[in-house]
Design a binder for this molecule. Structure first.
Ligand code: SUG
Length: 431
C-alpha cells in the first residue's frame, strides 16, 4: 500500500489567551497574564498550513471547539441563560471561566493516538481519542474531539475510532507517541513514551497503563511495540510531552540525548527491530535540555517531502538560539538525514508551549482511505483563503485576562466560530 501522510492542524480558536493553565509547561506559566493576539495566532497557523501545502504535503484541519464552554460550566452547577452562567461563574471563580475559555484544542498532537493500518491486526487505521485527564482545561476537550474524529474518519472500511481510556489513566495522545518504519516500508514499530508520578513538582501526564491500553485496543503486535519511559530530567526541565524532546519520521529518530530514562536499552530495541534505523541524538554538550526546551528544536515537524527530502519544519525560536542553529546547519552541511530546514512563525502558539509539531496530528493512510475522509477537513489554498477571511473579520485582535469576564467577548467568540463552521460547510450542531 502506498502510504500518504496527512497532517491535521488545529486552527487556533477566537478565545486563544494566556491564562497560565498548564503546570509544568514553562511557556504557559511564564506568559500567564500576558495579552494574547487570537487573530494573529490563527493567521500564523494558517500560514504554516499553507507552507506545508506549498512544499507538496497533504494538509488537514480540525476546528476550534465551542468556547466558552458553557456546557462544562453548567455541569459545575451554574444555571440560567448562557450569559447568566458565565456571569455567575466569573463572580464565583475566575479560574473556572479561564478553563472554559481555553483554546487548547488547537494542539491536535494531543487529540489522539493514531496507529496506521500496516501496524494493526485487523488492517484498519485505529485512532484512540486522548483523555487529557491531567489538566481540567484539556480534559474538557475529548468529547468534541471525538465528534470531529468520528465525522472526519467515519468510514468503517478504513478507520476505527476508540473513545478515551478511563480518565484514571492519563493519556495525552500522539504527543507521547512515535513510529519508526524501515526504509523498505511495511509495518512500523510503535513507541509509547510515558512518565511516572510528579517530577520536580511537575506532573508526568502520560501513564504507562493508558499507553498499554491504547496498544491493546489498536491490535498492535506486542513484539513491535515499545513502552519507553521519559527521563525525569526532561520532565523536570519542562518537557511535559515527549514531543518537546524527540520526534520521529520514517526510519529516523531525532532526539535529545536526555529525553529517555534508559536510552541505551531503547536504542538497542529499536536497532533490533528496525536494523536500518538512524538515531540522531543531540548531545547535551552541544544543545542543553534548557536550550532544547526553550527553542522547541524537537517540537518540529520532521516530514518527508514528495521528492523524498527529509524536511524539518522548525519554529523561528530555534533559529534564534545560536547553539541550536549551529548544530542544525552543521548536520545539514555534513550530509545528515535532515536535508532541509523550513522555519515557520507560530509565536502565539509557542507562548503557550505549542510548537509546530503540537499543532498537528499526523494520519497515515492509503489512497482509498484518504478518499474516504470527509473532505471538509482537508485543505487547499482556496479553503485557506476562506479561513483567513473569516479569521480577519471575526477573530478578536487581543484578549487580556480581565476580558474573559466581558459579555461582548463571549458573544463575539461564539459568533466567530459559528461563522467559520458555516463557511466550511458544517451544519449548526454538526461539530
Ligand atoms: O497541554 N498548553 C498546552 C500545550 C500543548 C502542547 N502540545 C504538545 N506538546 N504536543 C499544554 O500544556 C496552555 C494553556 C494555557 O495556559 O492557557 C496549554 O494548555
Amino acid at each position: 500500500m502506498v502510504v500518504i501522510e496527512v497532517n491535521f492542524d488545529g486552527l487556533v480558536g477566537p478565545t486563544h489567551n494566556y491564562a497560565g493553565l498548564s503546570i509544568g509547561n514553562l511557556a504557559s506559566a511564564n506568559n500567564a497574564g500576558a495579552v494574547s493576539a487570537p487573530r494573529l495566532a490563527a493567521l500564523q497557523g494558517v500560514a504554516k498550513m499553507r507552507r506545508l501545502l506549498a512544499l507538496g504535503f497533504r494538509q488537514g484541519l480540525f476546528l476550534p471547539h465551542v468556547r466558552p464552554n458553557i456546557d462544562w460550566l453548567r455541569a459545575l452547577g451554574f444555571v440560567g441563560s448562557d450569559a447568566e452562567v458565565l456571569a455567575s461563574a466569573w463572580n464565583a471563580d475566575r479560574a473556572l471561566v479561564a478553563n472554559a475559555f481555553s483554546a487548547s484544542a488547537m494542539w491536535t498532537a494531543n487529540a489522539g493516538t493514531v496507529s496506521p493500518a500496516p501496524d494493526t491486526a485487523d488492517g484498519l487505521c485505529h485512532i484512540s481519542v486522548a483523555n487529557l485527564s491531567t489538566m481540567p482545561h484539556r480534559a474538557s476537550e475529548c468529547g468534541q474531539t471525538e465528534r470531529q474524529l468520528r465525522l472526519a474518519f467515519g468510514d468503517a472500511r478504513f478507520f476505527r475510532i476508540h473513545s478515551p481510556v478511563p480518565a484514571a489513566f492519563g493519556d495525552e495522545g500522539a504527543a507521547n507517541f512515535m513510529r519508526i518504519v524501515p526504509q523498505a516500508g511495511g509495518s512500523g514499530v510503535e513507541i509509547f513514551v510515558y512518565g511516572e508520578g510528579h517530577v520536580g513538582g511537575f506532573p508526568s501526564r502520560q501513564s504507562r497503563t493508558a499507553s498499554e491500553a491504547v496498544a491493546r485496543r489498536h491490535g498492535l503486535d506486542p513484539a513491535r511495540t515499545l513502552m519507553v519511559r521519559q527521563s525525569d530530567a526532561a520532565i523536570a526541565a519542562g518537557a511535559f510531552h515527549n514531543d518537546v524532546v524527540a520526534v520521529a519520521n520514517g526510519h529516523v529518530l531525532f532526539t535529545h540525548e536526555h529525553a529517555f530514562a534508559d536510552p541505551r536499552a531503547f536504542y538497542s530495541d529499536l536497532r533490533r527491530l528496525v536494523p536500518d534505523v538512524v538515531i540522531l541524538a543531540v548531545p547535551a554538550d552541544r544543545v542543553s535540555l534548557k536550550s532544547a526546551i526553550g527553542s522547541y528544536l524537537f517540537n518540529s515537524q520532521l516530514v518527508t517531502a514528495p521528492d523524498g527530502t527529509m524536511t524539518l519544519v522548525l519554529p523561528a525560536e530555534a533559529r534564534e538560539d545560536a547553539a541550536v542553529w549551529t548544530w542544525l546547519t552543521e548536520q545539514v552541511a555534513d550530509g545528515g538525514p535532515i536535508r532541509r530546514l523550513e522555519v515557520v512563525d507560530v509565536r502565539e502558539s509557542m507562548r503557550n508551549g505549542g510548537g509546530p509539531a503540537c499543532l498537528r496530528l499526523r494520519v497515515q493512510v492509503g489512497e482509498d482511505a484518504l478518499a474516504s475522509i470527509d473532505p471538509r477537513f482537508l485543505l487547499d489554498d482556496t479553503i485557506c483563503t476562506r479561513i483567513e477571511d473569516v479569521v480577519a473579520r471575526e477573530w478578536p485582535e487581543a484578549i487580556g485576562f480581565d476580558d474573559l469576564g466581558d459579555p461582548r467577548l463571549w458573544e463575539r467568540c461564539t459568533r466567530a466560530r459559528a461563522t467559520l463552521t458555516r463557511a466550511l460547510g458544517f451544519g449548526p450542531d454538526e461539530v
